[in-house]
Design a binder for this molecule. Structure first.
Ligand code: GLC
Length: 594
């Protein structure tokens, strides 16, 4: 470790915990339900499954009362459960069943904005004199255009789909309100202390009810630059509105608010907290939040890896290569261990395409190897590990053959509408737009979970129509088949994850807390690193991120005693113990060093 004073390797339950993210609409419906949506009872029915995988903490995306404009990330009541998911009693039962298994619940806290149907917003909108007017961000038009239409206060584009202005006009009161994501998600005004107190109250409510902590939705957008300046023009012709991230990502009062949150709420409990923080890559800025003594959050989601193919907006493509991927992962492993910070490890969530399709090869030939390669990497990296539902069986992206109507996400819908408005008669541009959807849409992560080979993949009862189409390949890729696999030669993706999570716990001093050291950063295909515990136990991870057979030259000072794990065979793998190591396509191996 960089400094003996560092507490990076000081054990904490929230560092070692394996967190499993559930997208509740698509995880598991319960018997007899006819809605085609997943439910809280459905989640509870799968806790033993999660326990057997090696999960400690369940994080569910929002289950609160919501009109579902953005699948629950638009909350209309923070203390009520959406009828589609169940009741408060169902959550109590979920918490008590988790406790029985020594597991915990992490709630999704969405407090940058509410739903436009939240009573706070309805009151705020009702009149300029409403006591809650200032709970949201209202501004006068910049000016009135010649045609009599009011001009928004600035040129920021709405984030989900970038189709329109982020400002929404209210005829009645003659002012615009700010809603960074969609008009249905008005931003709260964190400058108002009453708003902050109301949020602290919500947090206490859930902690007292038995939650173990929070994943905090876009928590780094809560403080906006005063004056709301126009954004620079970064999107080309035809785009009236522009991404304004610079003016609301890690804004001027962010740390003050997070410290107040810690003081008022989090410091009073033993919590796990993870802040979703898009758009920030500056080490110093991030360490202000996740440094050991920051008094803000335990860890955050850094977006560098999942944004590797993002140019200026999410729904667009950018070339990337393995070297770039390696340098991002290495950077954050090192920053945290050298500066006494803490990080999360994740490559999937409900906002990103499937990892095997994105970072490996999801063809029938290589999918299994690729998914296991990614599992080997993640289970050996430092930080708190987050696994997304379906990742443990290597679910892939929705096929390109699906008609656009199968895509249900508001971002996809807005983006496709924008493409059709801008490029009505340009088939090349439209084909490009469709390609972006095929590669980046959030829908890919939201297809119903594949439990078994029965109709609807066991997600909901036969005869019920799921809210979103089930993947066509669920009969071959599903939990039941992968748990039951009894191949004397090899493990299924699920079994490989289970083993990886088990090994990670057994050797937490190496994999969770050990010192990370990259080898051969210039190699264009192989990602290789060692992990070394404080007592000097050292393991080597070698991952071939390519569909080619490659040879990797091991540094002379390293001596491997045994290769206990590979994504090609069940038990030990026979490989040379020094000098040149041959690797098959997408092969990953784990070595124990002398
Ligand atoms: C976060 C959520 C995403 C949502 C957005 C607005 O990025 O993960 O699903 O659309 O915030 O709440």
């Amino acid at each position: 470790m960089a400094s003996t004073k560092s507490s990076y390797a000081t054990p904490k339950w929230w560092k070692e915990a394996v967190v499993y993210q559930i997208y509740p609409s698509s995880f598991q419906s319960h018997p007899g339900a006819t809605s085609g949506w997943g439910s809280i009872k459905g989640i509870t029915s799968r806790l033993s499954y999660l326990k057997s995988l090696g999960v400690d903490v369940v994080w569910s995306s929002p289950i609160f009362k919501s009109p579902q404009a953005d699948m629950g990330y638009d909350i209309a009541d923070y203390k009520q459960i959406d009828h589609r998911y169940g009741t408060l009693e169902d959550v109590d039962e979920l918490i008590s069943e988790l406790k029985k298994r020594d597991m915990k619940l992490m709630m999704d806290l969405v407090v940058n904005h509410t739903s436009n149907e939240h009573p706070w917003f309805l009151e705020s909108k009702s009149s300029k004199d409403s006591p809650k007017r200032d709970w949201y961000i209202w501004k006068k038009p910049k000016h009135i255009n010649a045609d009599g239409t009011p001009e928004p206060p600035n040129n920021w584009s709405q984030i989900l789909g970038e189709a329109n202005s982020t400002w929404n006009y209210d005829e009645e009161t003659g002012e615009f309100y700010l809603a960074l994501f969609t008009p249905e998600q008005p931003d709260l005004n964190w400058e108002n202390p009453d708003v902050r107190n109301a949020i602290w109250d919500v947090m206490h409510f859930w902690m007292r009810r038995g939650a173990a902590g929070f994943r905090m939705d876009v928590i780094n957008l809560i403080s906006k630059v005063p004056g709301y300046p126009d954004a620079e023009v970064t999107l080309g012709e035809g785009h009236k509105y522009q991404p304004g991230m610079k003016y609301f990502v890690n804004g001027p009062r962010l740390h003050e608010y997070l410290q107040e949150m810690y003081r008022e709420v989090l410091s009073k409990y033993d919590t796990i907290t993870v802040g979703e923080m898009p758009g920030v890559s500056d080490e110093k800025e991030i360490l202000r939040t996740v440094g050991a003594n920051s008094g803000e959050l335990r860890m955050i989601f850094i977006f560098d890896l999942v944004d590797i193919d993002k140019p200026n907006v999410r729904m667009a493509l950018k070339e990337w290569d393995v070297k770039e991927m390696k340098s991002i992962i290495t950077k954050w492993q090192k920053v945290m261990q050298e500066n006494d910070g803490w990080n999360s490890v994740f490559i999937e969530n409900h906002d990103n395409p499937r990892s095997v399709s994105r970072y490996a090869d999801d063809s029938d030939e290589w999918r299994t190897k690729g998914a296991k390669l990614l599992a080997l990497m993640q289970t050996t990296l430092g930080g708190t590990l987050f696994v997304y539902q379906g990742e443990e069986i290597g679910i892939r992206n929705a096929p390109t053959s699906w008609p656009i109507e199968e895509f249900k996400d508001i971002e996809t819908i807005n983006y496709w509408r924008k493409c059709n408005e801008l490029y009505k008669n340009d088939s090349d541009q439209l084909a490009h737009g469709r390609k972006v959807i095929d590669m980046k849409a959030r829908d890919h992560a939201r297809t119903p979970m594949h439990w078994d080979a029965a109709e609807n993949a066991g997600f909901c009862d036969p005869g019920v129509k799921p809210w979103m189409r089930v993947m066509d390949d669920y009969k071959t890729i599903n939990v039941e088949a992968q748990m039951k696999t009894n191949d004397s030669e090899d493990l299924s993706v699920w079994q490989f994850w289970q083993r990886g999570l088990h090994d990670r716990k057994e050797h937490a001093d190496v994999f969770v807390y050990g010192e990370f050291q990259e080898l051969d950063p210039q190699h264009p295909k192989v990602y290789a690193y060692t992990k070394t515990s404080q007592s000097g136990e050292r393991w080597l991870v070698v991952l071939n991120f390519s569909g080619d057979e490659v040879e990797w030259a091991m540094p002379a000072e390293l001596k491997v005693e045994l290769w206990p794990c590979s994504n090609y065979v069940k038990g030990h793998v026979e490989k040379p113990k020094k000098s040149t190591i041959p690797l098959q396509p997408w092969e990953g191996i784990l070595g124990k060093c002398k």
